[in-house]
Design a protein around this ligand. Structure first.
Ligand SMILES: *Cc1c(COP(=O)(O)O)cnc(C)c1O
Length: 376
C-alpha cells in the first residue's frame, strides 16, 4: 500500500521534544519558539514571525489585524481550503469568490479588480501547491484601492516569487505546519508580518489580549489586559518537533523536489500524448514541491483513475469542493462573475502520493499504474 501522505520526520524530533520536557517549559514562547521564529524570520527575510497553533489561527489573527467589520468584503478564490474563508466569515465578512486560472489553479489576478466594491477590505491570494499567485498585479490593485493583502501561504514555505519568500509580499502571510504540509509540528502555523507597526497589536492578540510579550522583553513592569485577544501560541513540545525539521529544511526540500521532478519527467509523455495535464510553474516562481497533481479529462475519468489506483494499493486524492458550492459558502459568500474554471478544473484534479522520503520504487509503481490505466 502506498500512502498519500506520511508526516515528515527527520529523526531528531524526539531528542528536541525530550529537551523541551526536561527544560520544564512546555507551554508557549520558550526557547524552541524563539529559535524557530528567528529561523523563519531570517529565512523569509520578513519583519516578524509569530508561531501559531495552526494556519487557520494565523488567518484568524490576520483577519483581526485587518479590523474586519460585519459586511466588509474579502476577495479570494473558491478553490481553496475552508480555513481561508472561515477566518473572515467569523468576523462577519462577506466572502467574494473569484475564478481561478486553469494553469496554476490560483486566483485569476485579472478578474480581481472588477470584483472590488466600496466594501472590499482585503484580497486573499492562496498560493496553491506552493506556486505563487501573480503578486505584482495583486499588490498593484491592493495599493490602488487601499486594500490589505493576506497571503494564504499554508502550502508555500520555501517557495518564492521574484526572489521573495511567499507570505512576505502582502501585509500578512500565513504558513501551516499541519502534518500534511512540507514542514510540520502536528498542528501548527505561523503568521508573518511585513510591517513593523503591526507587531505590537499582533503580539497582544496572540497573548490573550495582554501585553505579556512586552513584559517578557522588560519593556513594561507588569502585564495586563489591553485589548480583546485570544490564545494562538503553540506548546513548546510541538515546536520542538518543528525545530528538528527546520534544521533539515534544505534536505527536505531537495528530497521533495527530486520526487516532484521524477513524477513530472516520467508523466511528461502522457501529457505530450494529450492524455493528462501536468502542473504549470510560471517563470517568476520557485516552488517547494508541496504537491504533485495531474488533471484527467473530466470528473468521470478522474474518479475512475482514483479507483484504479486504489485497487492497485495506491492512495490518490482530490480536493477541494469549490467553497461557493458548499452550504456555508452560499451563506457567507457569493461568486463574482462566471465560474468558468473553478468547478471544471477542480473536478479533473487528482493528487498523487507525495511526502518526504517517498521511495523511487513506489513512485515508479504509481507512474506505471497510471500508464496502465491509460493503456500507454
Ligand atoms: C492546510 C491549509 C490551511 C489550514 O492549515 P491548518 O494549519 O491545518 O490550519 C489553510 N489554507 C490552505 C490553502 C491549506 O492548504
Amino acid at each position: 500500500m502506498i500512502s498519500f501522505n506520511v508526516p515528515p520526520m527527520v529523526g531528531t524530533e524526539l531528542d528536541y521534544i525530550t529537551q523541551a520536557v526536561h527544560n520544564h517549559k512546555i507551554s508557549g514562547d520558550g526557547e524552541f519558539t524563539k529559535k524557530a521564529s528567528q529561523w523563519l524570520k531570517e529565512k523569509t527575510k520578513t519583519e516578524k514571525v509569530l508561531l501559531t497553533t495552526s494556519c487557520t489561527h494565523a488567518l484568524e489573527m490576520a483577519a483581526l489585524l485587518c479590523h474586519i467589520q460585519p459586511g466588509d468584503e474579502v476577495i479570494m478564490p473558491s478553490f481553496t481550503f475552508v480555513s481561508t474563508a472561515d477566518a473572515f466569515a467569523l468576523r462577519g465578512a462577506k466572502i467574494v469568490f473569484v475564478d481561478i486560472r486553469p494553469d496554476t489553479m490560483n486566483i485569476d489576478e485579472n478578474l480581481i479588480e472588477a470584483a472590488v466594491t466600496e466594501r472590499t477590505k482585503v484580497i486573499v491570494p492562496v498560493h496553491y501547491a506552493g506556486v505563487s499567485c501573480e503578486m505584482d498585479t495583486i499588490m498593484k490593485i491592493a495599493s490602488k484601492y487601499h486594500l490589505k493583502v493576506v497571503e494564504d501561504a499554508a502550502q508555500g514555505m520555501m517557495s518564492s516569487y521574484k526572489g521573495k519568500a511567499l507570505g512576505t509580499i502582502g501585509d500578512y502571510g500565513c504558513y501551516s505546519f499541519h502534518e500534511t504540509k512540507n514542514y510540520s509540528m502536528g498542528e501548527g502555523g505561523a503568521l508573518l508580518l511585513s510591517k513593523p507597526e503591526d507587531i505590537e497589536e499582533a503580539e497582544i492578540i496572540r497573548e490573550k489580549g495582554t501585553n505579556r510579550s512586552k513584559f517578557f522583553r522588560g519593556q513594561v513592569d507588569k502585564y495586563t489586559w489591553v485589548a480583546a485577544g485570544s490564545s494562538y501560541l503553540p506548546s513548546e513540545i510541538n515546536v520542538a518537533y518543528l525545530w528538528a525539521q527546520l534544521l533539515e529544511a534544505e534536505k527536505i526540500n531537495e528530497n521533495r523536489m527530486q520526487s516532484w521532478n521524477r513524477y513530472y519527467q516520467s508523466l511528461l509523455p502522457l501529457s505530450q500524448a494529450g492524455l493528462i495535464e501536468l502542473p504549470v510553474v510560471p517563470k517568476d516562481c520557485i516552488h517547494n514541491a508541496h504537491m504533485f497533481y495531474l488533471k484527467a479529462k473530466d470528473l468521470e475519468e478522474r474518479d475512475a483513475l482514483i479507483r484504479y489506483l486504489k485497487e492497485n494499493g495506491i492512495i490518490a486524492v482530490f480536493h477541494y469542493i469549490p467553497l461557493h458550492t458548499s452550504s456555508a459558502g452560499k451563506q457567507y459568500g457569493r461568486f463574482y462573475g462566471e465560474d468558468v474554471y473553478t468547478t471544471k478544473e477542480s473536478e479533473r484534479l487528482l493528487r498523487l502520493p507525495m511526502y518526504y522520503g517517498l521511495k523511487e520504487e513506489d513512485q515508479n509503481k504509481v507512474v506505471n499504474t497510471i500508464k496502465k490505466f491509460y493503456h500507454f
